[in-house]
Ligand binder design. Structure first.
Ligand code: NAP
Length: 335
């Protein structure tokens, strides 16, 4: 039987996920759509042909026609819709961020724990990327010994005027904050943000590029360069330096061309293509989790720790100082 999905947020990623569920994945169908932008909801409903438009998001969440909710609206709306889904006892896939502050994420954790069972999966899709999985296996299998240092890079060709300095952390860096913690199975203890010399291609409200320095509980040091006007393409890199060797995130597969005394490969400018397989796998895992009653993907706790880390990094961005993290014990419920 197909899981009947209600989608809130029929914008860019919501539309992509809806087509994924209906056309590529197994076991789900989008049956309901809500968007504050009615034109977006109507357009997607027409294109999909399987879903009716709900004017009220809460009516969608509580509708008996829906088994699970997909929250793909803008970040500040996530808390309300995830809490309402939990209150209705419905499984919910929430795009990152789980909520825009650690306090809001904590409310979700408390509600989910009170409900007594995991209902929430957060859209940290890098965990499903085959390259990241290989890197994790090399670390877990102790192939490079003790991890000592990580060098990470997150570059976009360009970003719109609406993209401001804080968003570099809350919108983009949050992926690294989750992926690195997942790779190392360790929480962070401190963060320092360094504003590098500003590129001439950035606008007034975005300081670009920036460098984040993190330290984990066991003393691993991580540097992350994030550069949102790099001009040349979307580029994610990660190198792990161990006591016995080095492991690097594989480059995406790309044809090598030799021509006019040059050898070159293409770098995709679009982030959507870089993680396209990972999006499919994460949503398939969600559908499978709903049908078996066992949600395994990134949890509310992961969403909470990423939001905490994001809050500390934004504080470090403003202060220029080394900022500390509070110690957190993972509740049994999320282990
Ligand atoms: P988007 O294109 O702006 O789409 C969001 C949609 O939600 C818009 O149609 C928006 O309407 C609507 N919306 C806003 N407030 C709402 C409300 N209260 N109720 C119902 N709908 C509402 O944004 P997007 O790029 O798809 O991003 C959506 C979410 O996915 C964000 O949290 C983003 O961080 C996340 N995301 C994740 C990834 C990833 O790699 N995992 C990639 C992209 C995006 P208006 O246009 O009228 O505001």
């Amino acid at each position: 039987m197909n899981i009947k999905i209600g989608l809130i947020g029929a914008g860019m990623i919501g539309s992509d996920h809806a087509f994924r569920i209906n056309d590529s994945l197994k076991g789900g169908i989008v049956k309901a759509i809500n968007d504050i932008n009615k034109e977006n909801a109507k357009r997607l409903s027409k294109e999909l042909g399987s879903a009716k438009v709900f004017e009220d998001p809460h009516e969608l969440i509580n509708s008996p026609e829906i088994n699970a909710v997909l929250v793909c609206s803008t970040g500040p709306t996530h808390e309300e819709f995830v809490l309402a889904s939990i209150a209705a006892g419905k499984y919910v896939f929430c795009e990152k961020p789980l909520a825009t502050s650690a306090i809001a994420c904590k409310k979700i954790i408390e509600a989910e724990m009170k409900f007594g069972k995991r209902l929430v999966q957060v859209g940290f899709m890098r965990r499903y990327d085959s390259g990241y999985q290989k890197l994790k296996k090399a670390i877990d299998d102790y192939k490079i010994g003790d991890v000592l240092i990580m060098h990470c890079v997150h570059r976009n060709s360009s970003v719109p005027e609406s993209y401001v300095t804080e968003m570099a952390v809350s919108d983009s860096l949050v992926h690294e904050l989750d992926a690195v913690r997942w790779l190392l199975k360790e929480d962070y203890v401190s963060a320092q943000m360094i504003l590098a010399k500003k590129t001439k291609y950035s606008h007034e409200k975005l300081h670009d590029p920036q460098i984040l320095l993190l330290e984990t509980e066991s003393g691993v040091r991580i540097d992350i360069e994030f550069f949102h006007n790099c001009q040349y393409g979307y580029d994610i890199q990660c190198e792990v330096v161990g006591s016995d060797g080095i492991a690097r995130l594989p480059e995406p597969e790309s044809l090598v061309i030799r021509k006019n005394a040059k050898k070159f490969t293409k770098i995709d400018p679009d982030w959507k293509n870089r993680f396209i397989d990972a999006y499919d796998i994460e949503l398939q895992e969600f559908l499978d989790g709903v049908s078996t009653g066992n949600i395994k993907g990134p949890s509310s706790w992961d969403g909470y720790t990423a939001a905490m880390a994001s809050d500390v990094c934004i504080k470090a961005q403003k202060s220029g100082a080394i900022e500390s993290f509070s110690i957190m014990q993972t509740p049994e419920f999320y282990k």
